[in-house]
Design a protein around this ligand. Structure first.
Ligand code: GRF
Length: 209
C-alpha cells in the first residue's frame, strides 16, 4: 500500500488540520493527495489550500443520484492513486461504489465511544443519556452508519457542568491525537479484520484519559 491519502470533508476541517500537522511534524508518514468537499463553503478547503494541497468541490446536486456522485468521488480518488480515504467531518453516507473501490480502506472519526451514539449530535446524545464517560472512535467504514470495525478509541470524563460545547471541545482534542495515529497504524499494515474485530500486531494500547 502506498501512503497517499484522500480526505473528504464537509465543514470546519479541524481533523483535516490535525492530519496536515501530523504529516508536517513527521509523526504521520503520509501525504494528502487531495481534499474533496461536498460543500464549497467548507472552511477546511482553506486549510488545505494553505497547506498547498489540491482541493475539489463536488456538489451532490450536480449528479443524477447518490450512486453517480459516489462513482465520481471514487474516480477522482483512483486517478490520484489514493491508498486510504479519510472522512473528516464528511456529512454524507458512503455508498457502495466507494466502498467497493476502497474495501477496508475508508476511515471515519466519530465523536463518541461507538457503538454508543452513532449519527448526528453524538455529544448531545451522550449528555442527554447521562453517561459518565464519552470519547472518540476511529473506525473502518462499511455500509452501516458509524458501523465498521473499530481501529482506535479514546475516552474523556463527562463533568457535571459540561455543556455540549465544553464536552465537544474535550473530545475534539482527543480526536486530533487519535486520528493521525490510527491512519499511521492503517498505513503500516500488519492488521486484519476478523468479524467486527480489528487486529493489529503493532497496535498501541487503547488510549485513556
Ligand atoms: C468531528 O467531531 C468528527 O468527529 C465528526 O465531525 C466533526 C468534524 O469536525 N465526524 P472537523 O470538521 O474535523 O473540525
Amino acid at each position: 500500500m502506498n501512503r497517499r491519502l484522500g480526505v473528504l470533508i464537509s465543514g470546519r476541517g479541524s481533523n483535516l488540520q490535525a492530519i496536515i500537522d501530523a504529516i508536517a511534524s513527521g509523526s504521520l508518514r503520509a501525504s494528502i493527495a487531495i481534499v474533496i468537499s461536498n460543500r464549497s463553503d467548507a472552511a477546511g478547503l482553506q486549510r488545505a489550500e494553505a497547506a498547498g494541497i489540491e482541493t475539489l468541490v463536488l456538489r451532490p446536486k450536480e449528479f443524477a443520484d447518490r450512486g453517480a456522485y459516489d462513482r465520481a468521488i471514487a474516480q477522482e480518488l483512483k486517478k490520484r492513486d489514493i491508498a486510504v480515504v479519510c472522512l473528516a467531518g464528511y456529512m454524507r453516507l458512503i455508498g457502495q461504489p466507494l466502498l467497493d473501490t476502497f474495501p477496508n480502506r475508508i476511515l471515519n472519526i466519530h465523536p463518541s465511544l461507538l457503538p454508543a451514539f452513532p449519527g448526528l449530535d453524538a455529544q448531545q446524545q451522550a449528555l442527554a443519556h447521562g453517561v459518565r464517560v464519552a470519547g472518540a472512535t476511529v473506525h473502518l467504514v462499511n455500509e452501516e452508519l458509524d458501523g465498521g470495525a473499530i481501529i482506535a478509541q479514546a475516552s474523556v470524563a463527562v463533568l457535571p457542568d459540561d455543556t455540549v460545547q465544553t464536552l465537544s471541545a474535550r473530545i475534539l482534542e482527543q480526536e486530533h491525537r487519535l486520528y493521525p495515529n490510527a491512519i499511521e497504524t492503517i498505513l503500516n499494515g500488519g492488521w486484519t479484520v476478523e468479524g467486527r474485530r480489528f487486529l493489529s500486531s503493532v497496535m498501541p494500547p487503547p488510549a485513556e484519559v
